[in-house]
Design a protein around this ligand. Structure first.
Ligand SMILES: [Zn+2]
Length: 328
């Protein structure tokens, strides 16, 4: 928990004693606090996505912060935000990144960078040995592979329903492909549509006039379901065509996928994009956050950063107590 400006703010977690729960974006591993009864700090787009996907209405639980905190775009998915607090007691600015992406994406706002003193940073990709390939090249590979496989049969992509599927739809729309999507992805797409992102797709769950025509030819399907094998077999027998499978995720090296093609398409920053972010914020202290926090802090330290895993008592609560004592 982050303590600042007289508030206990939980960061993408459900924690006892918090005054406000910050939900940086609508991915389930950041949403535990929506099951609490406390006030939620999140963007309107995040609140809409959570309502669309999970049926949880947060509209009457929106936190009123009276300007004590602010949010900046984090470039990860629709509505994803960083949290910025100018702590009046310590005089320090504290920023929490949430999941973030430095590169422009087709279906989310570009990250907004502001200077900070203390940066609490997401630790999803802590390892300098893991460098993402060039994003434009990956996107071009996806387009070329899809065009070539569509000549032979049906293409089935596995992608996370929120964020990745919409990036993929945009990439495929550029080569005039109208993908057929799952019910869940269709629900998420509608929230993107309300936020102004035009996505061309069809599904069995919407009244798309194109759907029946599209599925009579060779088409591209996108599903969030894993593994792909069962669906591949179903589609093969339903359409009597060869089905070629692919996944688009930054996790391809970590997670076993049963696909014929794997594309490293991430909406996160890798280690080097993370250091670029730290440099851009000019943070003097970096506190790593999340399951890989120790490894990330150790690797950042080796690269010359003043970094350690986030601990609310060590760096956040304690300096504020010292400042209070000094005033006495
Ligand atoms: Zn995320």
């Amino acid at each position: 928990m982050l303590y600042a400006n007289g508030l206990g703010i939980s960061l993408d977690k459900r924690e006892k004693g918090s005054d406000i729960d910050f939900v940086s974006h609508a991915h389930t591993d950041h949403m535990a606090a929506v099951r609490s009864t406390k006030h939620i700090l999140a963007s309107d787009e995040t609140i809409d996505l959570i309502s669309s996907i999970h049926g949880i209405d947060l509209s009457d639980r929106k936190a009123v912060t009276d300007g004590k905190v602010k949010m900046l775009d984090s470039g990860h998915i629709l509505g994803s935000k960083q949290l910025v607090v100018d702590d009046e007691v310590s005089g320090k600015r504290i920023t929490y990144s949430g999941d973030f992406q430095m590169l422009p994406q087709r279906a989310s706002n570009l990250i907004e960078i502001d200077n900070t003193d203390i940066l609490i940073i997401d630790s999803t990709y802590p390892d300098p040995a893991r460098r993402f390939p060039d994003k434009a090249e990956v996107e071009s590979l996806i387009q070329k592979w899809t065009e070539s496989m569509l000549k032979k049969g049906i293409v089935l992509f596995g992608a996370f329903a929120t964020g990745k599927a919409q990036e993929l739809i945009k990439i495929l729309n550029e080569i005039n492909v109208l993908p057929v999507v799952s019910k869940k992805i269709s629900q998420v797409n509608k929230a993107y549509g309300r936020a102004g992102y035009d996505l061309d797709y069809c599904s069995a769950y919407d009244n798309n006039p194109e759907y029946e025509t599209v599925i009579r030819g060779n088409f591209v399907g996108i599903t969030e379901k894993h593994p792909l094998y069962d669906l591949k077999e179903l589609m093969h027998s339903a359409h009597s065509k060869d089905v070629f499978t692919a996944v688009a995720t930054g996790m391809v090296n970590r997670t076993p996928f049963d696909a014929e093609a794997r594309f490293v398409l991430s909406d996160h920053a890798d280690f080097y994009q993370s250091t670029e972010y730290i440099d851009a914020t000019e943070a003097k202290k970096v506190l790593t956050y999340g399951p890989n926090a120790k490894l990330f802090a150790s690797n950042l330290s080796k690269h010359g950063y003043d970094a350690e895993p986030f601990s609310e008592y060590l760096w956040i609560k304690q300096p504020l107590l010292e400042a209070n004592e000094a005033e006495l």
